[in-house]
Design a protein around this ligand. Structure first.
Ligand SMILES: [Zn+2]
Ligand SMILES: [Zn+2]
Length: 1005
């Protein structure tokens, strides 16, 4: 039997070597020829931003400083955005800026070689200082506020903000917190401390992205203190795989440490385990934590991630009013001594030889307000909760504490799920706090009709009105969904006896004031109204009246296209061409146009409603055989996130859901908030089904905007399939991702199998298939388990080639070596099985030019019957990941049915694109043209284009721009480019960027 593949699988020659381009001339500068695009170097590329940021500062600033200047840069065709953005900030500074980036002759090759090879992080890391603030305990304003992340989509735990005018604390940082803060104008730069009530993806999924964003703010960068139970160490360890700068993570854990085997160690930091543990104790607040360990009835030991924490926030007592008459009588002059007395310090009298004490001049003080944050995630934590001695001082009915010493809790925020908080024991426990206000903030079944991210929900609503085919109604806020869920939420509490507790359901931005004392209590004034689709559309029609015609037009041409397709296919099965309805004299476009003659002439501004647009439509290509009468249940992609760098108001970060309907689904990239976006598209339950149906997740590279949503998806899948037999989910990604997942798995069960992208290069896959026997089996694998086969394969390679412990042996064992490949064989077998279940012929990763170990991906479907039962060839889908235009990807995209290509920058920002190894719009379109791709969708837009990127319409013959939640069904591909001019109408008033949309141009993407 032949041994498994022994070929060295690194490409020997550059994958970017030149070849003929198909009918499109691209300048040499578009292409890059690195010596070795996949250097097995340190994966810690994140630091590359330091150079980039500095460069931007030299080049005239990013962000939006020049946004309002009128560039006067007309765009051909559209003309809608001509006043909108400044020209490239870097252009004038090109020579100066390029010098350190482009080494020698690479300067002309159009990519940043240092960055592509991971060498550009030699710039000195920033100091990332923590903030120090002058506190003002007198006249402090203070409140707690519910930051309702996940309250509409139920994908994460809401956060709670503890606000002081000089200090901010946030409890929990689930996915989407950053995006939430941008939307609601909560300044992340003002946050001093983040506390976690548990350490898991539900409560901490937003942390990595948040830390990276903070590090990108200002010249020096910022950081924040993170506090959590000892499990926090696992998270910090995992984050190190992509946040290499230790200065960015100021993490502090407390309480007992749980080993992987369930044994406990005392935390070294706090010495002997004390309860409660005081974390913050300054002039304005004392925050302490009370950890809750679950006790399992079946005797299971404690696992990492099990500890939950109660946080108690106590404000200092409120001093009585200062009496100036008394002060004068004691010989004091108005001045700094007044303040000292108010702060609680004694002073010498100015006129008399006496010491004046605060009690001499202040009225009686009252106790400071107290709030508790309680996260009791399971019934197993109840025993610890009910018996926690540190809580005794807060109980009104305590037997252990004389009543006089009882502290009065003003507000308790409950983060546990309803299944716990509605139990009789919990309800009884709640009553022990007397008159405290209880806020139930478990992230379930509430506020479902009020989207937390209103701005993007509004745009989704508008896009749905304009073009429901590409933008189906949002899954989350449909009335059916709301009805279903509210039925569930109305289950009665176990303890149905009337309760004296003041209970209120948390709502987004609900406040409870603690200071000034006169305002103590709830404040609902900031709670947003519900978003009503009809109102959004009414408002849109008042702003852009002609949108009604555009919408009618889109819908008509969609309908007539479907009808023509149908009648055509009945007549002639062999004909690939579909007669385009809009070319006939009776086409809807012409009709609408004719109707409009003589009325307000806005046609000039709306290309899709004028004659020139009709000419434009005549360029329709042949429809490829793989799309002939294709069923609508074949394949559909949903662009879950279309922005780069960090989640913003209108665009989430990268993720593409590939829906294969009955054959399951795939995710290509999985940025933060992927789960939330799935919920927005498919609804709460629909998203759960989508997660259950995943065959595989493919991740392009290690930048945080492409993978930080992975843990949440994997953790949820585990939970959903807990009682159902299933196999681990296959995650294909760059090798550095494995380090993250391995470290993270110690904290939370992810139940996945990893496959290095390099094992899925075309050459590797060919070798793998070549090593299979005639039955398509791995020869050694036929009667043995996977791991045994692994051992045999790697042992055979090793023992046949090298002396034990020799230098060569360890060299041979490095990542990507044949031994490594042999270990991957069982996983490749699994991939083969999954692909065949999904109706796919192959999946290849393609090395691209961005950072070390960055890849694109090609998916090819197997032959299949179309809606008429005829066998048609399979479609081919290519996704670029992040990259400069790159020959390897062009080759891989040859005759693709659909190419999804990044287009981070507009055409005038080529220099920036080169410096950061991204593509401009024109370059991305050029790759599609060179490869002969049938359709191109552009995505990964810089967040400097909040709503719609800048592009040249003349380039868009086969191309469409992606928007978040855009859904592209294969059956709609022929029409896809036609939609773009209609969609543009929606943004015609966006001439100048809204200042409030500004985002920090972050660093890693
Ligand atoms: Zn990116
Ligand atoms: Zn990137």
């Amino acid at each position: 039997m032949p041994p498994p593949s022994l070929r060295l699988l690194f490409p020997h020659s550059s994958p970017l070597s030149k070849s003929s381009f198909l009918g499109y001339s691209l300048s040499r500068s578009l292409f890059c020829i690195p010596r070795s695009p996949i250097t097995p170097r340190s994966p810690l590329t994140a630091l590359c931003y330091f150079g980039a940021r500095r460069r931007r500062a030299t080049g005239g600033g990013g962000g939006g400083s020049g946004r309002k200047t009128s560039g006067g840069r007309g765009t051909r065709g559209g003309g809608v955005f001509h006043q909108r953005r400044r020209a490239s900030t870097l252009r004038e500074e090109r020579d100066r800026a390029r010098a350190p980036e482009m080494e020698g002759k690479e300067e002309t090759l159009g990519f940043n070689k240092r960055r592509a090879e991971g060498r550009d992080k030699s710039d000195k890391p920033k100091a990332l200082q923590l903030k120090t603030r002058k506190l003002n305990p007198v006249n402090t304003i203070c409140y707690v506020q519910i930051l309702g992340t996940g309250m509409d989509t139920q994908d994460t735990s809401p956060s709670v903000l503890l606000f002081f005018d000089k200090q901010r604390f946030i409890f929990n940082a689930g996915e989407g917190l950053q995006r939430f803060c941008t939307e609601h104008k909560i300044k992340l730069s003002k946050i001093d401390h983040i506390f976690l009530t548990r350490v898991c993806s539900e409560t901490a999924g937003g942390l990595p992205g948040l830390l990276l964003t903070l590090a990108g703010i200002g010249e020096e960068g910022m950081s924040v203190n993170i506090w959590g139970p000892s499990d926090l160490n696992y998270l910090v360890d995992a984050m190190r795989s992509f946040i290499p700068n230790a200065a960015m993570v100021h993490a502090h854990s407390f309480g007992v440490t749980v080993n992987g085997d369930g044994t406990m160690l005392s935390s070294s930091q706090f010495g002997k385990f004390r309860d409660p543990i005081t974390i913050i104790d300054d002039e304005v607040v004392c925050i302490s934590s009370i950890p809750l360990n679950p006790s399992y009835s079946n005797g299971s030991t404690l696992k990492p991630g099990d500890i939950a924490v109660i946080y108690a926030c106590e404000l200092p007592e409120i001093k009585g009013k200062f009496d100036p008459v008394k002060a004068a009588a004691l010989g004091l002059k108005p001045g700094p001594k007044y303040r000292e007395l108010q702060l609680g310090n004694s002073v010498m009298s100015d006129r008399l030889n006496i010491t004046v004490h605060p009690s001499d001049v202040l009225g009686p003080s009252s106790p400071g307000p107290i709030i508790l944050l309680v996260d009791c995630p399971t019934k197993f934590h109840m025993t610890a909760l009910l018996s926690a001695e540190s809580l005794n001082c807060y109980y009104r009915d305590s037997d252990h504490q004389p009543k006089a010493n009882t502290k009065t809790v003003n507000c308790v925020i409950h983060l546990g799920p309803a299944i716990v908080t509605k139990s009789a024991d919990y309800q009884k426990w709640m009553k022990r706090f007397g008159t405290a206000q209880h806020i139930m903030a478990g992230h379930e079944i509430r506020n479902i009709e009020i989207p937390i991210l209103k701005s993007s929900a509004r745009i989704s609503s508008q896009l749905n009105y304009l073009c429901p085919q590409l933008f189906p109604a949002c899954g989350c806020w449909s009335s059916q969904q709301i009805n279903e869920l509210s039925l569930e939420s109305n289950e009665l509490c176990e303890d149905s006896s009337s309760t004296p507790c003041e209970i209120i359901q948390a709502e987004n931005l609900l406040k409870f004031h603690l200071r000034p004392y006169s305002q103590l209590g709830l404040d609902r004034s900031a709670i947003p109204d519900s978003l009503n689709h009809e109102e959004v559309i009414a408002h849109l029609l008042s702003e852009i009246p002609e949108i009604a015609d555009v919408s009618k037009n889109v819908n008509q041409f969609q309908r007539s296209s479907a009808e023509v397709k149908l009648s055509k296919s009945e007549k002639d099965d062999n004909c690939n061409m579909v007669e385009e309805p809009w070319l006939s004299a009776s086409s809807s476009v012409n009709n609408v146009h004719a109707e409009k003659q003589g009325r307000d002439s806005f046609e000039e501004d709306i290309p899709c409603l004028n004659d020139r647009w009709n000419d434009n439509l005549k360029d329709e290509h042949d429809i490829p055989a793989c799309l002939e009468n294709i069923s609508r249940e074949d394949m559909e992609i949903v662009l879950l996130g279309t922005g780069s760098s960090q989640p913003s108001k209108y665009r989430n970060v990268s993720s593409i859901f590939v829906n294969l309907f009955s054959r399951g689904s795939l995710l290509l990239d999985c940025g933060e908030g992927t789960l939330g976006q799935l919920k927005r598209r498919f609804g709460i339950k629909g998203a759960d089904d989508a997660v259950k149906g995943l065959k595989c997740i493919w991740v392009s590279h290690i930048h945080a905007d492409h993978h930080t949503g992975l843990a949440r998806i994997l953790a949820l899948r585990c939970q959903l399939l807990k009682d159902i037999p299933h196999k681990p989910l296959l995650v294909i990604g760059p090798r550095p991702l494995k380090r993250f997942i391995d470290a993270y798995s110690k904290l939370e069960d992810l139940d996945m199998q990893f496959l290095d992208c390099r094992h899925t290069l075309e050459a590797s896959m060919d070798d793998f298939h070549g090593s299979l026997d005639s039955r398509g089996q791995f020869p050694e694998n036929s009667d043995r388990g996977g791991s045994e086969a692994e051992d045999i394969a790697s042992h055979r390679v090793e023992s046949s080639l090298f002396a034990p412990h020799s230098k060569m042996q360890s060299y041979w064992k490095r990542p990507g070596s044949p031994v490594d490949t042999a270990i991957a064989l069982p996983v490749l077998m699994r991939l083969k099985e999954l692909l065949s279940e999904a109706g796919l012929e192959f999946l290849y990763s393609v090395p691209v030019v961005h950072c070390p170990q960055a890849f694109g991906v090609v998916l090819k479907a197997a032959e299949r019957p179309n809606s008429l039962g005829k066998t048609i060839p399979g479609w081919k889908l290519v996704y670029s990941g992040d990259t400069r235009p790159c020959q390897a990807l062009i080759n891989a995209s040859r005759d693709a049915t659909l190419l999804i290509h990044e287009a981070t920058f507009e055409d005038t920002m080529e220099d920036e694109a080169i410096a950061r190894n991204h593509s401009t719009t024109k370059e991305a379109v050029g790759v599609g043209t060179s490869a002969g791709a049938y359709r191109v969708v552009l995505t990964h837009f810089s967040q400097r284009y909040p709503k719609i990127p800048v592009f040249n319409e003349a380039d868009m013959q086969r191309t469409c721009i992606a928007f978040d939640l855009m859904t592209v069904n294969l059956a709609d591909l022929p029409m896809l480019p036609k939609f773009l001019p209609y969609l543009k109408v929606l943004f015609r008033n966006e001439m100048v960027g809204d200042e409030s949309d500004d985002v920090h141009e972050s660093f890693i993407y």
